[in-house]
Design a binder for this molecule. Structure first.
Ligand code: GTP
Ligand code: MG
Length: 532
């Protein structure tokens, strides 16, 4: 294990496990401080340095200015907390819980003669779509547009640290009940496909509690409270989340709008963490989701085109309302990601291997069976031999749209385990086999009209990319004056571009030439509007 980690790191690739360990450890040595925008950075650092060496710090804005400060040693955090004042007074009632979320006052501001505070805030949200469209329109190739979109949307180093820090702050609360627990981020916060501003999915992990997997001995000690059993694992998860949720609600600094959603298929506690601006979902006993996260992470690390294509497709889908932040009959980001992976497995030669192949490469340490489901797959990147596919991102994007424009959704199921479509095992407009719980459909929620919309959009986008009007740079390029004319990927993100597709059926009845004429017209009108 150690040697494989070393060779991965030589290649610049870290396993998700290593990433988790590093980030968690950094988070433990970090504090979150609410500052004033006029805070004098030098004084701030001098003041904190009294408690020890600072490894890294940065500022960001979210309902005020905050700083994340990572000390070189854990003792510095202890020393800092020893000296902090607990606000109180006649009018204020406080819960004296010493969290690592602090507030700094009256340290001294920057010179009033120096108008700028000098605090450089790191962005924690993506640029608005209109700005993204402008940025992309200035690029000179679709490949560059795709890379530029990925750059603009992906999580930054700072945002990733902040996510682990919030998990660590919540862990401080949960340890009141379960001293050995950890709280780990999963989903898009760590799978490599998260965009700035995505929600923070967290898992309360009690598996590290020694002895959990030890067989009950014939003689010797076992925990007395094991006698306190609930009638199902689900009921245990619900009661754990219920008390932690209560605790977060009552005592969690900055945690607002706490909702316990315990009757969901996967029980969770949802809340907003105000100082970070994250929408948080806390779950427990959700090991399959962690495995899916690891799998997605692995696929994303295998070839850089995977992440770029997923970012692009997710952004395109969001721009057209194919996905939504509200749960419903929409395709989810997770389903969409699996669709991209499947498409990449179907290239010739394939860009990524099938999940069955990854399972066959697994070593004994990779074995994982969760609730009877085989979740085994290789973790050592070096065992995975990739085939040499040289397709460009531009080609892949076009081919992705083509592929799903003609996919036999009514008969076939998408299956990344086999890398081949399979006959649908049950009736559902869209069937995507859950990679680990193989009897489940991850897109069960999707209704026929949402699938129709998706198909109409991929058809339209495939067609648009084939038109020279759309597929070549359109003046107003780098350094040009005024708003550049959207082209390539940028024009695919314009919502009105595809608004003409009210009904796929109606369009089908029109002769192709009429459709093309209509679309070109709408493109021209769009551009004229932009210029005026
Ligand atoms: P965002 O939309 O950016 O939050 O993407 P996400 O990947 O984080 O999705 P989401 O927050 O909805 O879910 C978090 C994680 O839970 C996913 O990455 C998956 O690992 C898992 N997950 C979500 N939906 C499903 C599902 O329908 N089936 C299964 N098996 N896992 C799911
Ligand atoms: Mg998520």
């Amino acid at each position: 294990m150690a040697s494989s980690l070393l060779s991965d790191e030589k290649n610049g690739r870290k396993s998700l496990h290593t990433l988790h360990m590093e980030r968690q450890e950094q988070a433990e040595r970090s504090v979150l401080i609410s500052c004033q925008s006029s805070t004098n950075e030098k004084k701030f650092l001098k003041y904190l340095s009294k408690h020890g060496e600072i490894n890294k710090y940065f500022f960001y804005e979210s309902y005020g200015v905050y700083a994340v400060v990572e000390f070189a040693n854990q003792e510095s955090v202890t020393s800092l907390l020893e000296g902090v004042a607990i606000p109180g007074g006649i009018h204020e009632s406080t819960v004296p819980f010493k969290s690592r979320l602090l507030s700094l006052r009256n340290l001294g501001s920057v010179d009033s003669s120096n108008q700028l505070s000098g605090l450089q805030c790191q962005p924690q949200t993506t640029i608005p779509i209109n700005e993204l469209i402008k940025t992309l329109s200035r690029e000179q190739s679709i490949d560059k547009q795709i890379s530029s979109l990925t750059e603009a949307y992906q999580l930054t180093e700072e945002n990733s640290r902040l996510r682990f820090l919030i998990c660590s702050l919540l862990k401080d609360i949960a340890t009141a009940y379960f001293p050995e627990c950890t709280i780990k981020p999963f989903g898009s916060s760590v799978n490599g496909f998260g965009k700035l501003g995505c929600d923070l999915d967290m898992l309360l992990d009690l598996d590290s509690i020694t002895g959990r997997n030890v067989k009950l001995p014939k003689s010797g000690l076992s925990l007395e409270y094991q006698m306190k059993r609930a009638n199902s694992e689900r009921a245990v998860t619900q009661s754990i989340l219920s008390v932690i949720g209560e605790c977060v609600d009552q005592f969690g600094p900055g945690c607002v709008g706490v909702q316990k959603i315990l009757n969901a298929r996967c029980p969770l506690v949802r809340f907003a963490h105000q100082p970070s601006g994250f929408q948080c979902d806390l779950t427990a006993n959700n090991r399959v989701a962690m495995k899916s996260t690891e799998l997605l992470y692995l696929y994303g690390e295998l070839d850089p085109r995977v992440r770029s294509l997923v970012f692009t497709v997710r952004c395109w889908a969001r721009a057209h309302g194919v996905t939504s932040s509200i749960p419903g009959a929409w395709i989810t980001n997770f389903s969409l990601t699996v669709m991209v992976l499947f498409f990449l497995q179907k290239r010739s030669p394939p860009i990524i291997p099938t999940l069955d192949h990854l399972r066959d490469l697994a070593g004994p340490a990779d074995k994982s069976v969760i609730e009877g489901n085989d979740c085994t797959f290789v973790s050592d990147f070096n065992k995975i031999q990739l085939q040499s596919n040289t397709e460009t991102l531009e080609q892949l994007l076009g081919e992705f749209f083509e592929f799903y424009a003609t996919f036999p959704f009514s008969r076939m199921s998408i299956n990344i385990r086999k890398g081949k479509e399979q006959n649908k095992p049950e009736v559902a407009p869209l069937h995507i086999q859950n990679p680990f719980e193989t009897s489940l459909n991850v897109s069960k929620n999707v209704n026929a009209s949402q699938l129709d919309r998706f198909v109409a959009l991929v058809q339209e986008s495939a067609w648009l990319l084939q038109q020279s009007e759309t597929s070549t740079p359109r003046g107003g390029g780098a350094g040009g004056e005024g708003a550049p004319t959207p082209w390539g990927l940028a024009s695919l993100l314009l919502p009105s571009q595809v608004a003409g597709i009210k009904s796929r059926k109606k369009r089908r009845r029109e002769p192709a030439s009429e459709r093309i004429k209509g679309l070109l017209e709408s493109l021209k009108n769009k551009n004229q509007l932009k210029k005026s």
